[in-house]
Design a binder for this molecule. Structure first.
Ligand SMILES: [Zn+2]
Length: 461
């Protein structure tokens, strides 16, 4: 059994190897359709075929073939670019950077010691290499993956949002490997050794990790590839059947083309359905693994107008949830201050839990969920140009758009301002928890659609 480190190296090596193999397959299929099929069989038939020229059919097939090939290649290149150069890594923590730097220095000094007795001229080159590697880890190099200029995600980047995913004590999730807080939905990629924003999966077919920066292009790529392969399969199979009827033989190029296009059409059809399912429910492939049982712990900011009640010891209003306040106190970080702080100075959060299987990022409608990935216009859906809206984290509400589950949690906890459908009176809070708050019908539609897609997916796989 290979060790995890060896397995990681194999995965990364395979991911680098597969893209050129795919390119070879496309070049081969293009040749098979262009020369042996369209030119040598349809437009200028070889004497051995004993057929009259069919220029119109040949030209039409060539045109459609290359029209379908272009979007597939363009989306793949765009996808490949983002996977390699903008994978959505979270920055490494300060401690991790220091550890890496000291490890590098240690390696450097060992190497220097070994080579001191060899050639002194090589020492300078060695230092240059080491510095370059350190820069890459600091997120300054060209493969930094679009990491922000800041090398650290401090607590302020969390508590200045109104809602964030947290641990039971109210602190953001933590990655011990990266030595860094994890933003909502970030996942540590074992193969790459980095936390990735809204990571979907590690995909050797595109040479790396598919995340919020590349999931849209991934969907476009598998859809266009499925259409392209289906066309190549139909054309190759049709003329193979024809030549078998007429001569009893077969063309080796067309047969290989049938095999390749059938394989990739089948594979990309499955990936298309699977990816659309993830988009429709606004979950990642990783989140989908425990979708039915996952419980999200959320820190939801307590509005300013409620804080007065919190600090007043005579108030009959008593919160039914645990709280945490930021910036963290040095003495009792998990408790709110006993005095009334100035407005805006403190950010007090209620720590609330979803029910098992609920997704706080499900916006309540399949279309809205897909828009978060694909964009808001038809051109956004078709062209691999703009980034997904979900990759924009400028909103002060949360790292990702939130859906009806969070609205319900706020209502049940009495955190919604009066006149906004709130159930702010603790005496009637029980009514809300008994399910008398109307549930968006689109959630039911979403679930029904998802079930149909699951069924289709299982049948095809
Ligand atoms: Zn990590």
């Amino acid at each position: 059994m290979a060790s995890p480190a060896a397995q990681k190296r194999v995965n990364v090596a395979v991911s680098r190897l597969i893209p050129p193999v795919l390119l070879g397959a496309v070049v081969y299929a293009s040749y098979a359709v262009t020369k042996p099929l369209c030119i040598d069989y349809l437009i200028h038939p070889l004497p051995s075929y004993h057929r009259i020229p069919r220029v119109g059919a040949g030209a039409a097939i060539l045109t459609v073939y290359y029209v379908l090939l272009i979007p597939m290649v363009v989306t793949y290149l765009h996808l490949y670019y983002h996977v390699l150069w903008n994978p959505g890594y979270l920055p490494l923590g300060e401690q991790k950077l220091q550890d890496d730097e000291s490890n590098e220095n240690e390696k450097k000094s060992k190497k220097s010691h070994r080579r001191r007795h060899r050639r002194s001229a090589r020492k300078a080159d060695q230092e240059k290499t080491t510095q370059s590697e350190t820069d890459v880890e600091r997120g300054l190099g060209p493969v930094s993956g679009g990491v922000e200029a800041s090398p650290e995600l401090d607590l302020e980047s969390f508590y200045t949002k109104d809602v964030f995913v947290c641990q039971e004590d109210g602190r953001p999730l933590w990655c011990s490997t990266c030595g860094q807080y994890k933003t909502d939905r970030a996942h540590h990629c074992r193969e790459l050794g980095r936390c990735v924003r809204k990571m979907d999966h590690f995909c050797p077919w595109v040479g790396g990790v598919v995340s919020e920066t590349s999931f849209k292009f991934f969907i476009q790529f598998v859809v266009y590839t499925c259409i392209y392969c289906t066309f190549a399969l139909i054309v190759s199979a049709y003329f193979t059947a024809e030549i078998r009827r007429n001569t009893g033989g077969a063309n080796a190029y067309w047969c290989v083309c049938i095999g390749l296009s059938a394989l990739f059409a089948f594979f990309t059809a499955g990936m298309t359905l699977s990816s659309l399912q993830m988009g429709i429910f606004n979950i990642t492939t990783i989140e989908n693994l425990n979708r039915r049982t996952a419980v999200w712990t959320l820190a939801i900011r307590v509005p300013e107008y409620l804080l007065d009640r919190l600090w007043d010891t005579q108030s009959p209003w008593a919160p039914t949830f645990r709280m945490v306040s930021y910036p963290p106190e040095t003495s009792t970080p998990s408790q709110p201050q006993a005095t009334n702080p100035s407005a805006g100075e403190r950010h007090v959060f209620a720590i609330l839990h979803t029910l098992p299987g609920e997704n706080p990022f499900d916006l309540g409608s399949p279309f809205k969920n897909l828009q978060q990935v694909m964009g808001r216009s038809v051109l956004d859906w078709l062209l691999p140009i703009k980034q997904s809206p979900c990759a924009d984290h400028s909103s002060m509400e949360s790292h990702y758009a939130l859906g009806p589950v969070v609205t319900r949690l706020k209502q049940e906890a009495g955190l919604v301002p009066p006149g906004n459908g709130a159930v702010s009176d603790p005496h009637i809070r029980g009514v809300a928890s008994e399910g008398k708050i109307p549930i968006d019908d689109s959630r039911n539609i979403s679930r029904a659609l998802y079930s149909v897609l699951c069924l289709v997916h299982w049948i095809t796989i």
